[in-house]
Design a protein around this ligand. Structure first.
Ligand SMILES: Nc1ncnc2c1ncn2[C@@H]1O[C@H](COP(=O)(O)OP(=O)(O)OP(=O)(O)O)[C@@H](O)[C@H]1O
Ligand SMILES: [Zn+2]
Length: 728
């Protein structure tokens, strides 16, 4: 049953139905405020409502509210309908139109639009307890709440008439599929609330409460509808903005995976990087490469000077070398020296799953570069775009990309001032079409730096940190054969970090040695608990290597001996070649074998044949490799002569056994030589092992002091304390 009377405020003294009726007529609201009629006339005025009238004029006098001031009226309405007055002040719609429809659209046009119908249905689903139940009840009643013409008969007739007119209009205008919505509820006859009350036999005393409840319910539904409409409008606007942004984004960036350094999208520009701050000064230890690239710099500075005589400079330069040797740095330096823009692209960036994306990026890159010539285009990992690979599901459009690169390279003239520098670690993997004349036809090798280069690189990076004056970069350089520029830079950086962790204010040799070992052999395993017996075996084993190295003429000088576990080893002795060895003599190779044998020989001599350990396996590997190469590759075996034996598995059994025999003899002789040395220097061997057990790590100088039979001085003892503190 439709009963909202309980929500009426108790302090109400004026029947709300009168107020409603007063608000119902736009005219009445405008004239009523100036009227001054006594409250006693109120009932007559109320009675007049029921009588048919030609003029639907009404004022507050009729309602018995003539003595109310505007403010009081507001207060009254506010107490009846909290919050209503505030809204009402903002908008005057309440006064000027009859509030009878669920939506603005219907109010304005007199019929329901399809959206508001849908909206209302949504709304009802969300608030089933309040609005829905009211409206459901209303629909069952023979009255249509949106056309409450309960004021005068005339206005009711007029409204009914206009409503039916609008329906006729609607039926013509609306498409058939919306007719169902539009005609909803209109079939029921519009009846006045008064007639309804009569039909329902509502007693006189309850009629006011009935009307009040009716009005309140209606207003609440109205406010709710308004709120929902507002929020729906905001949501629609938000969605529209999102949609527009999405469309814009898709237009600019058709494939979301497109990434090209500083660019997005197929047609977007490629930003060059100005390389003024990188010059050849920054690239150390690759002098030959720098010299070869010097002429490219000259060309970029003045392209006409080179082409005026009809000479042709290469369009593409291929930098070939192991990772981290400074190929990228060199290419940047070329651009920096010539003070031209530098376009960086990595070959893998062209490798796309989408058709045409890789090719399109190459097109963009060259278009931008040509527009900004003279300039340098650098393509890192060229093999990943220009490799000889067959099309696979993983690289479906690689062929297309290579072809585009070739076409672009062919497409500009030599004097246009665009130089393409490619870099690769595997030149043999490149597509032949790329390295033919007119494309990447100049190759510059960027090798790993030699000892001089490594010293220069170390000095360069040491100068960027605080280091002790006792640091000798050359010693580190000698111990880092095969290190690339990037690895050396990392070594210095790690040493600086280690010094910082240890609370030192500058980097010393100790930190540099530490980080070198860490890179070479993995981190120290200080947490490993090695028992005394194993420590002793390791100390004698390592001392054995050191003694052989020290007393063998052609062995490399010792750098360090330690029994600190690191990576997979329990200890190690490091040797330092005075220089990088381009060639090694027979006696140098034999000396290396002898040093390798020293570990096992020491174990055997000190602990007996029954107590030898597995710790010498990598030593034997090393010695065996040297012996095998001496026999099969270097022609250093008298029996097998000056001949190479590449695939030993395919050789005749006799040759195979002859090779094996020779290797065996070399190893056995080596073992015997080592045994002789250790027997001869048993005392030194013991001293060194004990020193290692005490100090754990000894450098070349300290080893020399021990082997000369001298005592390690106080400073070394202090260092030992430092080491042991450092350990925990
Ligand atoms: N010869 C060098 N002189 C100075 N620094 C170097 C040298 N070589 C490498 N570096 C340092 O190592 C970093 C990495 O080097 P770079 O990227 O140039 O090597 P790359 O040869 O291009 O390696 P990749 O083949 O892996 O691309 C450089 O930024 C630089 O800091
Ligand atoms: Zn060993």
């Amino acid at each position: 049953m439709f009963s909202l009377s309980s929500t009426v405020q108790p302090q109400v003294t004026v029947p709300l139905s009168h107020l409603i009726n007063a608000f119902h007529s736009p005219k009445s609201s405008s004239v009523s405020l100036s009227a001054s009629i006594s409250q006693s006339q109120h009932r007559e005025a109320a009675a007049e409502h029921e009588a048919p009238s030609t003029e639907p004029v009404l004022n507050l006098k009729d309602l018995g509210l003539s003595e109310l001031k505007v403010r009081q009226l507001d207060e009254l309405v506010d107490s009846l309908l909290p919050g209503f007055c505030t809204r009402n002040r903002v908008s005057s719609r309440w006064h000027t139109s009859y509030i009878s429809a669920q939506s603005f659209f219907e109010n304005k046009h007199g019929f329901l639009d399809i959206f508001s119908t849908l909206r209302s249905s949504c709304l009802y689903r969300q608030h089933p307890k309040t609005v829905q139940s009211i409206c459901a009840d209303l629909q069952r009643w023979p009255v249509f709440i949106q056309s409450r013409g309960f004021k005068t008969l005339k206005s009711r007739t007029r409204r009914l008439q206009s409503t039916s007119e609008r329906f006729t209009e609607t039926q013509h205008v609306a498409p058939s599929f919306v007719k169902g919505f539009l005609l909803r509820d209109r079939g029921s006859d519009v009846e006045s609330l008064d007639k309804l009350m009569k039909t329902k036999n509502i007693p006189e005393a309850h009629q006011d409460a009935f009307k009040t409840g009716f009005a309140e319910g209606f207003l609440k539904a109205q406010a709710l509808t308004q709120k929902t409409n507002d929020s729906l409008r905001r949501t629609r606007l938000f969605l529209l903005v999102l949609l527009l942004l999405g469309i814009y984004g898709l237009l600019k960036n058709p494939f979301l995976s497109v990434r090209f350094r500083t660019t997005t999208g197929l047609d977007s520009a490629v930003d060059p990087v100005q390389m003024k701050n990188v010059t050849f000064e920054h690239v150390k230890g690759v002098e030959e490469a720098k010299q070869e690239l010097q002429e490219v710099v000259e060309f970029l500075k003045n392209p006409q000077k080179f082409t005026v005589l009809g000479g042709k400079l290469p369009k593409g330069i291929l930098l070939v070398g192991p990772p981290g040797t400074g190929k990228t740095l060199l290419a940047r330096a070329v651009a920096g020296e010539a003070d031209v823009p530098f376009y960086y692209a990595s070959g893998s960036e062209f490798d796309e799953m989408f058709v045409g994306v890789g090719a399109s990026r190459i097109r963009n890159l060259f278009r931008e570069a040509k527009a900004n010539a003279p300039c340098v285009i650098f393509i890192d990992e060229l093999d990943s775009v220009g490799g000889k690979r067959i099309e696979s599901p993983m690289h479906p459009y690689s062929r297309q990309t290579i072809n585009q690169l070739l076409a672009e390279m062919d497409g500009f003239k030599p004097n246009e001032g665009v130089i393409i520098i490619g870099a690769t670690n595997f030149p043999e993997a490149l597509d032949n079409a790329l390295i033919r004349p007119g494309r990447f036809d100049m190759q510059v090798t960027v090798p790993r730096p030699d000892v001089k280069g490594r010293t220069e690189i170390l000095k360069w990076y040491l100068n960027k940190i605080k280091f002790d004056q006792s640091v000798d970069p050359e010693i580190i350089a000698r111990g880092t054969v095969g290190f690339s520029g990037a690895e050396l830079e990392n070594l210095v950086n790690q040493a600086a970090l280690k010094a910082a962790v240890d609370g030192k204010d500058m980097v010393t040799m100790k930190e540099l040695e530490f980080s070198k070992d860490k890179i070479l052999m993995g981190p120290e395993r200080r947490s490993v608990e090695i028992d005394n017996k194993n420590k002793t075996i390791t100390a004698y084993h390592e001392s054995g290597h050191a003694i052989i190295a020290y007393y063998t003429k052609d062995a490399m000088p010792i750098n360090k001996a330690t029994i600190m576990p690191r990576g997979p080893t329990l200890g190690h002795v490091s040797l330092l070649p005075e220089n990088d060895r381009w060639n090694e003599t027979r006696s140098q190779l034999l000396a290396q074998m002898d040093v390798s044998m020293g570990g096992r020989v020491a174990e055997e001599l000190i602990f007996g044949t029954d107590h030898i350990t597995t710790g010498a396996s990598s030593d034997f590997d090393n010695a065996t490799k040297i012996a095998k190469r001496m026999v099969t590759r270097f022609g250093m075996s008298e029996k097998l002569g000056v001949m190479t034996y590449s695939d030993t598995g395919k050789l005749s059994p006799e040759t195979q056994s002859a090779i094996e025999q020779e290797i065996r003899i070399l190893l056995r002789d080596s073992y015997e030589r080592a045994k002789n040395i250790l027997k001869t220097h048993a005392k030194e061997h013991k001293n060194l092992a004990e020193a290692l057990l005490t100090y754990e790590t000894l450098d070349a100088k300290e080893i020399q002091i021990v082997l000369e039979g001298k005592k390690l001085e106080t400073q070394y003892v202090m260092k030992a304390i430092y080491y042991s503190v450092d350990e925990f």
